[in-house]
Design a protein around this ligand. Sequence first.
Ligand code: AMP
Ligand code: MG
Length: 349
Amino acid sequence: MKTLYEVMDGGSGDAEKVRRAGEILKAGGLVAFPTETVYGLGGDALNPGSSRKIYAAKGRPSDNPLIVHICRVSDLERIAWDPDGRAALAAEAFWPGPLTMILKKKEAVPMETTGGLSTVAVRFPSHPVAQRLIDAAGGFVAAPSANTSGKPSPTSARFVAEDMDGKIDMILDGGDVGIGLESTIVDLTEKEPMILRPGYVTQEMLEKVLGRVSVDRTILDASSLVRPKAPGMKYRHYAPKGDLAVVEGEPEEVIKRINALCEEAGRQGKRTGVIATDETARLYHADSVKSVGSRQDEEAIAHSLYRILREFDDEGMQVMYSEAFSARGMGQAIMNRLLKAAGHHVITV
Ligand code: AMP
Ligand code: MG
């Protein structure tokens, strides 16, 4: 299949590109598009054939449900139940934006889209290109991240092309995404809302609107024997090709240990990479040292993490070490993704 590649450049041709992308989706095809979190791989959420195609293009297990993207709060009631009004409250506070809600699904949503579950994940993204495309496609677009299953989510269209060229109908290039990590997922089907995947919208922010909110304990704890409630969280996501370990402890000790480990790996002829911060990057000796930004700036860290993991892949790094970050606030999402990428390999110094 030839994949069309269209750049949204803010010019007068943009409307026509979105219209054509919408036609592709309505006809059962697949289009990758930018959102404020990461690039999504879109298909018509109400068409079971489209959802099957999404699983095939990503190589994604079909028990891992898709998020349905809408472009109007009022469309929520066509696909999901909100018996206690909590979804409306959360929508008022966080939509459009990086929050996905799990709700009981209505008939219109096929089981292919929900991975066989009677619940559906719904999000109203804030990215203008995403909103226009969803509208052009008829209002309901199933869109997981636009990466091959197991690879870091794409934060720019060139990473989408790396994974999806030849497998989907079109890529809409809307530049780099803003946030860089996937949406927060909150389950509203139980009495107490529960965060199944941490993201930009934190527990604290949700509690201000919904009262007590719990967090699935499998989010940071690899040893837990409990199954994650979001089927997708049980897979080793976000995996780089080389071996990645997270090194935690006092900053000076972390730097010393990472340098020693890189030296050792270098002696064995392995290419080494370090994920550092602006404060520490110049203190490391490795084949490649990349800063995620200032340690104080969680938004910068979220923004660059996946890009750096992909760049290390492209550079053929075999052994990588990362500093650890605070797991509070948005740091919970950052550490969740980093620990998953590292297969929970943590070295404490
Ligand atoms: P992605 O689209 O790549 O961001 O992945 C979607 C995530 O949402 C996966 O971790 C899914 O397991 C999760 N998800 C989607 N639908 C549901 C649902 N009905 N219940 C629980 N988790 C869900
Ligand atoms: Mg994904």
